[in-house]
Design a protein around this ligand. Structure first.
Ligand code: ADP
Ligand code: MG
Ligand code: MG
Length: 923
């Protein structure tokens, strides 16, 4: 007892102590140890966490400190001001940094220079800002010159700093500086930046300072502390720049997490020919191949490689140029890959042959590479199959299913030019030259190819809508390449032969001039570019699934299949597909669906030659005529069901009885009116006119003010029981026939739009009566179930009553979303954009389940249903069945299966496995 009290006391003391110790905002790294580590991404951002981790591992990382994301959030809470305590903590850490680096800020002999780097929890390449060489001013630049004996280098660093600071902090447009630089280059008659000598660079510095005075109405700040504060706050601000916001919207990154700021002492890749800078990957991020991959530039700094200004050299050449640094880089990056158990994307700088690591992170990769890498890492025993399953983004699998060029068609056309194959895939579309045009054209439903000299982060919206991205400059690690891969967009970069005239909106390639709107195609796997449009054919994976190719002929199929077979071991949810035709069902089965969750019978009515019979049924004004028409439909439907059952090889097939309002099967009222008027003015009389008039009359009778809430679903079956009778008969007859042939099948008959148990009771009676009748006639017994869709809120609320009659539930989350929100799926487009801009909705609720509202009905309906019938089978068959985050929710609330479109089945298998694995990891 006494002991307990004492324990309580110390606990109380501890919390008191916690309260009084101020919150920590700044974390140091350097001298072989760091305050943080890789697990602290929330606080330090990805870059900061990994700089800390690399420091702890004893790798050569220039020392520095990370100002946390908490400080960024506080900055915004305080109305975009850095709190005094954060500032004080930063200055204290600056003192430590000076000690560790053995240099001091503003020193006239050996000045400390730093970089100020953004870095959020999730990497956002190029979206936020970085400033290099901070600490330089008119005095320290001379000190740097004296210390290094390299005036060219000192002034090159200074002009870069003014340029970055001017742009990022003082918000002076980049081209203001570019203009001055070009002017000096022209005057000196040089082409490349490295050719500028010290005198020229001094002139550039002077011009830059004048430009600052002119555009910012202030002198370039000379005080390093003032430079540091300004840069830090500018990085915080860059979190809210338009491109960063757009990036977060696309990748669904929360807006409120903020960025960290890394302040790191500088190392220099621009001191001369024994220095350089580069970026690389431990494997090929486009194809996944196990090869060292990257690019570098000699005598260059920072962004030069990524910005695509100079086309960089292949990393392999570094081995010749600086063998020692190259070898060390290989050793370190191999170690990093083993440590992080994933492909690494790294940035490095070499200063006078000494290597420094500036960044490492898990490499962004294409869907194709993701599958290759995950399966390779398992065979290399670096990760377990379970870990591999967690490594691949489910959505990435869709890239593997994208069509490829028909090789025969592709070979027929001459190669116009070749670029670097940055991101694989076949792309064909109409040329546009700006991101804005890409968006405009895509909005009109056109397929566009974004053709740019180089892409910049501001182009992100245009890249997102394009079929493919083609650039004239830049390497495999340029912005276009990185973002293209991440989006899974086919991309070819650095096609140097392209001559783009953005103003005239033309591009010259292979002796031809293409205008905006002309067709262009390229293969992102080979880099070949051709003019014109090329026919595509199904992806390799689909070719294996539909039998055109053998499994062993396709490496990627084998890997895809292997990964999914691992996934299947871990998932709890069963996966079904929504399919109405035997061929769709076959494909779904090939992709691993084990069951049909929704077979829409009305889609079968649209089959060839059927619509006239359906219309005959609808036009009948008495039961006898209606039955006559239905009798003609019966054998057709029976044939359909027979095919679908067979394609599922004994897995259950859920067939929904007729659902849409009948007018959908008739011509449009306006069209009929025009036809009638035409026939009448032409003075034509007779059968055709009478028929049109009869149709028009019936269409007018069927007219509804709100068809979505009208005479549809179970309501049709109740008013025309003979339709339910015919459909039940077709289903059971098909099942009997298969049973006689010794083929297993499991029909599940599903009544749509039920909100009251009595509706279901009514229709179930019809189904059971017919089924009994058919089985007696056929002398065969088949097992079948009768269940319902839960898609009307009242159905979910009274699920306990409905479950007394239903043998299964399937949530129709499309209608359930429409009816819960009161949003019509067909009209939401008019306001969804505004809702998303204002953050009223994060995502389209028809694409990703609204778990806080609609999801609650799903959870409640499941619980109430199972309260009545504990072993009630429950599934979902809306669009959401193929959406990873929705699948996660369905898994959590304990549904038995999800059903999605055939092509989403692989995504659903993987998402269901990840959900189950994450659930066990966190429980
Ligand atoms: P991003 O997030 O856009 O990649 P970084 O903060 O990584 O921006 O900075 C870009 C580049 O600037 C780095 O890859 C590196 O080449 C250079 N850089 C950043 N900090 C330093 C430093 N302390 N010393 C030398 N180069 C640096
Ligand atoms: Mg970087
Ligand atoms: Mg529905």
């Amino acid at each position: 007892m006494a002991k307990k009290k004492a324990a309580k006391k110390t606990a109380a003391k501890k919390t008191a102590a916690k309260k009084t110790t101020a919150k920590k905002f700044v974390y140091f790294f350097g001298g072989g140890k760091a305050d943080g580590d890789r697990t602290m991404r929330d606080t330090l951002g990805g870059k900061g966490a990994n700089l800390a981790e690399m420091t702890n591992a004893g790798l050569p990382v220039p020392p520095g400190f990370t100002i946390s994301t908490d400080a960024c959030r506080l900055y915004y809470e305080k109305g975009t001001k850095t709190a005094p305590n954060v500032d004080a903590e930063m200055l204290a850490h600056l003192k430590t940094l000076e000690k560790v680096a053995k240099k001091s800020f503003g020193s006239k002999t050996d000045p400390l220079l730093v970089s100020v780097r953004s870095g959020a929890k999730f990497s956002m390449p190029g979206m936020m800002d970085t400033i290099l060489n901070l600490g330089l001013n008119d005095t320290t630049v001379e000190a740097l010159k004296a210390k290094t004996g390299n005036g060219r280098f000192a002034y090159d660093s200074y002009r870069r700093f003014i340029q970055m600071f001017g742009n990022v902090v003082l918000e002076i447009p980049k081209d203001v500086f570019e203009h001055e630089l070009e002017a000096v280059k022209k005057a000196k008659g040089v082409k490349e930046d490295p050719q500028l000598d010290e005198a020229a660079l001094r002139e550039v510095v002077d011009r830059y300072k004048q430009a600052v005075r002119k555009h910012a109405k202030q002198d370039f700040p000379q005080d390093p502390i003032e430079q540091l504060r300004g840069s830090r706050d500018a990085v915080f601000r860059s979190w809210q720049n338009p491109r960063a916001k757009e990036y977060r919207r696309i990748y669904e990154i929360p807006d409120n997490i903020g960025t960290a700021v890394n302040v790191q002492s500088m190392v220099f890749g621009n001191t001369g020919d024994r220095s350089g800078t580069g970026v690389g990957f431990t494997r090929n991020p486009a194809t996944g191949a196990k090869e060292f991959y990257g690019e570098f530039l000699i005598n260059a700094q920072g962004e030069d490689v990524v910005a695509g200004i100079r086309t960089p050299r292949q990393i392999a050449e570094l081995e010749q140029v600086m063998p020692k640094a190259y070898k060390q880089l290989r050793t370190i990056t191999t170690r990093l890959e083993k440590h992080y158990k994933d492909i690494q994307d790294f940035e490095f700088t070499i200063q006078d042959e000494e290597l420094f690591m500036l960044q490492t992170r898990s490499g962004k990769r294409t869907g194709y590479a993701a599958v290759v890498i995950a399966t390779d890492l398992v065979s290399e025993k670096l990760v377990t199959p379970k870990e591999a399953v967690l490594m691949v983004e489910p959505e990435a699998l869709t890239q593997l299913l994208a069509p490829i060029f028909d090789p025969k068609e592709w070979k027929k056309m001459p190669v116009a030019t070749k670029g670097l194959p940055a991101s694989p895939g076949a792309a064909s579309g109409q040329v546009v030259f700006t991101a804005d045009h890409a968006v405009e054209w895509a909005r009109d439903g056109k397929k566009v190819m974004l053709v740019r000299k180089e892409t910049v982060p501001d182009d992100i919206h245009g890249m997102y809508v394009a079929q493919g991205i083609l650039t004239a400059t830049g390497g495999m690690t340029s912005h276009a390449a990185v973002v293209g891969r991440q989006m899974g967009k086919p991309s070819v970069v650095g096609a140097g032969a392209l001559q783009i005239d953005e103003r005239a909106r033309t591009v010259q390639v292979g002796g031809q001039t293409l205008k905006e709107g002309d067709w262009l195609s390229f293969d992102g796997l080979t880099g070949e570019v051709k003019t014109g449009q090329v026919a595509t054919k199904p992806s390799e994976i689909l070719q294996v699934v539909n039998g055109e190719m053998k499994e062993h002929q396709s490496d990627i199929f084998s890997r895809f299949n292997l990964l999914l077979s691992w996934a299947d071991k871990h998932r709890r949810l069963a996966i079904r597909a929504n399919a109405d035709q035997p061929d769709q069902a076959e494909i779904a089965y090939g992709f691993g669906a084990r069951g049909i969750g929704l077979c829409r019978t009305e889609h079968m009515f649209f089959g060839e030659g059927r619509i006239p019979i359906v219309q005959e049924m609808i036009l009948a004004d008495n039961e006898k005529d209606r039955r006559a028409a239905l009798a003609k439909l019966l054998p057709l439907q029976r044939g359909d069901f027979y095919g679908v059952f067979k394609a599922m090889h004994g897995s259950p097939v859920t067939i929904r009885t007729i659902d849409p309002p009948l007018h959908e099967f008739l011509p449009k009222r306006e069209d009929l009116m025009v036809d009638v008027a035409k026939l009448e003015t032409a003075g034509k009389k007779g059968a055709e006119l009478d028929e049109k008039k009869r149709l028009l009359h019936r269409v007018e009778q069927l007219h509804e003010f709100n068809p979505m809430l009208g005479h549809r679903g179970v309501r049709l079956g109740i008013t025309y029981p003979e339709i339910t009778e015919m459909q039940s008969r077709a289903i059971i007859e098909a099942a009997c026939q298969l049973t006689k042939e010794g083929i297993k099948c499991v029909p599940e008959i599903m009544i749509p739009l039920v909100g009251d148990v009595r509706e279901l009771r009514d229709q179930k009676a019809v189904v059971v009566r017919i089924a009994d009748e058919v089985m007696k006639e056929q002398g065969v017994k088949v097992k079948y179930l009768v269940g319902t869709m839960i898609e009307v809120p009242r159905g979910a609320i009274t699920a306990n009553e409905i479950a007394a009659e239903a043998e299964f539930f399937s949530f129709g989350t499309n209608d359930l979303t429409q009816l819960t929100y009161g949003f019509s799926r067909d009209d939401i487009g008019k306001f969804l954009g505004s809702y998303q801009d204002r953050r009223i909705l994060e995502r389209d609720p028809f694409a990703s389940l609204d778990t806080t509202g609609v999801g609650q009905l799903v959870e409640m309906g499941t619980k109430r249903g199972r309260a009545t019938k504990p072993d009630l089978k429950v599934g979902i068959c809306g669009e959401h069945g193929g959406d990873p985050s929705s699948i996660h929710f369905f898994d959590k609330v304990g549904l038995d299966y999800v059903s999605c479109s055939p092509y989403r089945v692989p995504v659903a298998r993987l998402a269901a496995a990840q959900s189950a694995l994450k659930a066990t990891a966190f429980s």
